[in-house]
Design a protein around this ligand. Sequence first.
Ligand code: COA
Ligand code: MG
Length: 307
Amino acid sequence: MSHSLAPALRPQRSLLSVPAINQRALDKISSLACDGVIFDLEDSVSPEKKDEARANLSAYFAKPPAGNRLSIIRINPLSSTFGADDLTLVVSTRPDAVLLPKVESAADIQAVERVLSEAGVPETTRIWAMIETAKGVLHAGAIAGSRETSVPRLEGLVVGLNDLRKETRVPARQGRTFLIPWLMQVVLAARAHGLCVIDSVFNDFRDTDTFESECRQGRDMGFDGKMLIHPAQIGPANQHFGPDHEAVAEAEAIIAAFAQPEAKDLNVINLDGRMIERLHLVEAERLVQLARRIEKTNLIDQRKTAP
Ligand code: COA
Ligand code: MG
């Protein structure tokens, strides 16, 4: 049995999809404060343009801009005529992760793990899976669970509602009422196996109000961040998925309370009239660490964009 890798604690509030065929958009990345970029070779690139898109990414990764953005390459399914060449590009560019679309079974990602390992790609290149079909949602638990058996590089799941809505014929409606059970099923599967989990794109990039309420909803569902399609969505996603000041202050108070000598052997303490358990300490430490990381990233972005 393989050992699974601990997921890296990196902010993933805003993962912007950038079509690899769009050089103007690729050039823009250095000025964007997103936590990560999903370089797309799949649905946003026509079949005739796949070669050109791969060449764009080779050039980009040869001289990436400064910054802490996660780099994720979304490839075509391995069952398509493009998947193998896309994976060869991943082997040579070594992004932080490869994102496989339309994953429906653990076997789909095992194939990617095998190619990366046989090619000697270090384990710092992780595997992410898009859950965007009915079968993907139904099998989300088995897909996520493969992290502990056959796919140790598996780090995250990304929900894709455009494909899922098309297949299931559930329309896009404000509040996502009838999609919530499926979204929560993916969150549950991810957390059961220690994976990160990212909410779906929101297409109407000029409708900031609805986008913001969907970010708040995604955060409350437990998602780590959102896949984005337009730079205008980065600011709101960073704001709503980032830990707010109140939550960080509360986490710091929990850490301080457990650090008191009298709390040394206690599993439960009284913090201003509220029961706090040691299990809350773990989450408080994670939140504070994440907030520190975000602060550091913001400093880099500010320095970079300063005149
Ligand atoms: N990444 C980087 N830059 C982007 C961008 C993206 N995803 N989307 C838009 N931009 C840039 C544009 O190039 C433009 O830059 P410019 O002012 O230097 O010309 C600026 O942001 C404003 O863009 P705007 O005119 O509002 O939109 P557009 O018509 O250029 O693009 C889309 C609209 C939807 C075509 C574009 O946002 C896009 O391709 N998004 C990603 C789609 C995708 O990846 N789909 C697959 C996953 S679901
Ligand atoms: Mg899709």
